[in-house]
Design a protein around this ligand. Structure first.
Ligand code: HEC
Length: 95
């Protein structure tokens, strides 16, 4: 019985992690498609800050990162679809 509890606990953890990894993967594709890489890269600053920097700035604040991407502050390109917002923020925060 103890083993069953452990297996359940472990798979319970594995599921949300799997979902996040899937979001991040979709986010990587969305970032390419939206042209974000013209001005950003994962680890080096270009026109905009690196995604690693943004991941540090918005650690545990996916909602704020999504608010930025949705608002298009300072003529920044806007991410309109909710699915893209979710996946792109998961991708950036996983860098
Ligand atoms: C035309 C160039 C350009 C494109 C395209 C672009 N960005 Fe940016 N991005 C910038 C610049 C410049 C900044 C820094 C100034 C600012 O905050 O507006 C920035 C800032 C950011 C930040 C940090 C915001 C903060 O509060 O620190 C994130 C995250 C970001 N961009 C994500 C994206 C994503 C995702 C896309 C694609 C949908 C994208 N950017 C497309 C130029 C660009």
């Amino acid at each position: 019985m103890k083993h069953l509890a452990i297996i359940l606990a472990v798979s319970g953890l594995a599921l949300p992690l799997g979902a996040q990894a899937q979001d991040a993967k979709a986010g990587e594709a969305a970032v390419k498609k939206a042209g974000c890489l013209k001005c950003h890269s994962v680890s080096a600053d270009k026109d905009g800050p690196s995604f690693k920097k943004s991941a540090a700035k918005y650690k545990d604040q996916a909602d704020k990162l999504q608010a930025f991407l949705k608002s298009g502050a300072d003529k920044h390109p806007v991410v309109k679809s909710d699915a893209d917002l979710k996946s792109i923020s998961a991708y950036i925060l996983s860098r």
